[in-house]
Write a protein that binds this ligand. Structure first.
Ligand SMILES: Nc1ncnc2c1ncn2[C@@H]1O[C@H](COP(=O)(O)OP(=O)(O)OP(=O)(O)O)[C@@H](O)[C@H]1O
Ligand SMILES: [Mg+2]
Length: 378
């Protein structure tokens, strides 16, 4: 039987665990024309969840458009991704006529991808996009909504924080004006680099400041993981107790990617018709840490001295609740609170640490945290 645990890509069907509440909330928000910024740690399951929401929408009277900003390196790429997304939402019949109507005066080149989906490229003059071009592409959303009055339109940007890195501050301003004007269109802005996406929506200097409600995506709780995990092991006659599963979930904190990864490793070392022990879980974990050893070493070597101290403090305190207390500064060798502060800023901006819900700092990559604890303990 093939390994039933899947990590790395988008998961759906039997590989998708629960998220019933999030799906309900997001479907309702979409139907209500809400504007939401959806944020969560790397690999927490944002894209898989959004896809699931889109599948639900396809069964209702909702047109959903998914625009992935990750691949964009400049504003022109962004415009092309938006144009392709909106054109796809318009459907493929009579596409050229409709594309012309949708993007007034822009004359995009249309190519049809191998999977039948359209891809649009809008010409830029001397590498520069005009504000009109940007605005017209975003306003295609209005036209789709106007020509489908019996349906709701939901526009989803995935990896939206990437917009900040495109070097064109017109984009956020234009998005704000296009989004604000229509209460009948729902917009979801989804992102994984939490510190960047929060800056975009919570910093009073940002054009999108308070332009959308916020919806955090958290880990999946034990009560949903336990039947999911035990069902998969048991279907191959591999006996796993709830105690071992709970221990596994303690290690991963229920984070979907790390949970699937550790389950997959555990599955690999367990013969069918056998019972899974704590020792096997330990072994599965060691296999993963061993596999990542050289990557973690390279990462460690690349860190500035103070950030190494801070990672060490966070790994050992796990979570680190009071980084500026005299005791922490003394124990981990910081000369001042400001040097500790700079180390925290560095680690946050490099997506290595984050603040957990209870306010303590944690290392985002759960296995890096364990690797550090092993190194420091030896
Ligand atoms: N609902 C779920 N049930 C089970 N596993 C999940 C679920 N959601 C995510 N995963 C696991 O997490 C991995 C990452 O999922 P996904 O790509 O959807 O996350 P993401 O937050 O969009 O990641 P990124 O930050 O890289 O964009 C999947 O490959 C899968 O292993
Ligand atoms: Mg994603």
């Amino acid at each position: 039987m093939p390994n039933p645990f899947s990590y790395g890509g988008i998961v759906a069907g039997k590989q998708f665990c629960n998220r019933a509440k999030e799906i309900d909330d997001l479907v309702r928000a979409g139907l209500n024309g809400e504007k939401l910024f959806i944020h969560g740690e790397r690999r927490i399951g944002k894209t898989s969840l959004l896809r699931k929401v889109m599948v639900k929408f396809s069964k209702k009277k909702v047109i959903s458009v998914l625009i992935n900003v990750l691949k964009c390196v400049d504003a022109a790429d962004f415009v092309n991704e938006c144009a392709s997304g909106f054109a796809e939402a318009e459907g493929s019949t009579g596409i050229l006529k409709r594309v012309k109507k949708l993007f007034d005066g822009l004359s995009p080149a249309v190519t049809i991808r191998d999977d039948g989906r359209p891809s649009l490229t809008i010409e830029r003059s001397a590498g520069k996009l005009s504000s009109d071009q940007l605005e017209n592409v975003l306003k295609a959303s209005w036209k789709i909504a106007d020509s489908n009055r019996d349906k709701r339109l939901l526009v989803i940007f995935d990896e939206f924080q990437q917009v900040r890195l495109l070097g064109d501050d017109r984009i956020e301003r234009l998005i704000r004006s296009v989004v604000q004007e229509r209460s009948d269109i729902a917009w979801f802005f989804c992102g994984s680099r939490t510190h960047l996406i929060k800056q975009m929506f919570l910093d009073s200097n940002s054009p999108l400041y308070r332009s959308a409600g916020h919806y955090p995506i958290e880990a999946i709780s034990d009560e949903h993981w336990i039947p999911f995990i035990s069902g998969k092991f048991r279907s191959a006659g591999k006996d796993i107790s709830n105690t071992v599963i709970k221990r596994l979930l303690d290690i991963t904190s229920g984070h979907p990617y790390y949970t699937q990864l550790l389950c997959s490793s555990l599955w690999g070392i367990c013969e069918p018709e056998s019972k899974i022990s704590d020792d096997m879980l330990e072994q599965a974990l060691n296999i993963l840490l061993e596999r990542e050893n050289s990557t973690y070493h390279i990462l460690w070597d690349s860190l500035p001295e103070q950030s190494k101290r801070m990672i060490r403090a966070i790994a050992l305190e796990n979570p680190l609740k009071s980084p500026y207390s005299g005791e922490i500064l003394r124990s981990y060798g910081f000369t001042s609170p400001s040097s500790a502060g700079r180390a925290i800023e560095y680690l946050i901006s490099h997506d290595l640490i984050t603040k957990s819900r209870d306010g303590g700092y944690i290392i985002i990559d759960r296995f890096l945290g364990m690797w550090c604890r092993k190194i420091f303990a030896s």
